[in-house]
Design a protein around this ligand. Sequence first.
Ligand code: NAD
Length: 266
Amino acid sequence: MSSAGRLAGKNALITGAAGGIGLETSILFAKEGASVLMTDISEPALAKAKAKVTQLVPNAKRVETLVCDVSKEASVQAAIESLDAWGGLDVIFNNAGIMHAKDDDAIGTPEAIWDLTMNINVKGVWFGCKHAVQALRRNKKTKGSVINTASVVALAGAATPQLAYTASKGAVLALTRELAMVHAREGFRFNSLCPAPLNTPLLQDWLGDDQAKRLRREIHFPTGRFGEAVEQAHAVVFLASDEASFVNGHDMVVDGGMTKAYVTPE
Ligand code: NAD
């Protein structure tokens, strides 16, 4: 049993835990001694993901799964309240998000796609924050860590339009900052993660074999490559841990320097 990990004694809930960043974070959280509730909208993907976590971290303290649609408040509330039986939530990683293929510019984005994106990417994060605060208070916690996944597109404009997604991630940054101020004196920290484009299904399935589309993104990386989901997960472990006790309201940009680039190296 990992009793000496950086997250030992913490009960953590991860949304969108079946793939990409959520899965890599579940693995690292389990390695660092947290008890982990992996949640996702997809039950089969969740079962596969849990099998991977338990295979890679056989001495994990506790790893369980629960189907949860973050766009439904009752679903988020039930998932968070289920951790009361574990001693109450300490950490939540509000990570589930979508980027829809029909998302487009101001003219081309269908209203239904705008609403769907906002319901998952923004409302889902709000519901997670709301019920996390209630759980932290209910369980008389004097500290708690909330990490919300935004994106570099909240900081830098994308000339390949995805307006609903971009707006949704800007909202995540703004709401996280405000909550960080509102709850600071209760000991509850709120930080955002801003990943750059990654090697995860969310982006890679969409890019497919289109080399031109791929190059338009790759060229902006000083490192010359997309990021890996595990590189995001390492930052999330830090934000979740007590090592980050004075890190609050921060936009944690993990982008290989992309948002600081002027010209690319040759
Ligand atoms: P992913 O598609 O690999 O994983 C997202 C997970 O969220 C999936 O398992 C999916 O089933 C789940 N999900 C979708 N809708 C849901 C809902 N309504 N309720 C609960 N779960 C739901 O994607 P990823 O790359 O790991 O993305 C994770 C987060 O990182 C997202 O918020 C995404 O916007 C953000 N992000 C990703 C990239 C990238 O390039 N991959 C870049 C910046 C930000």
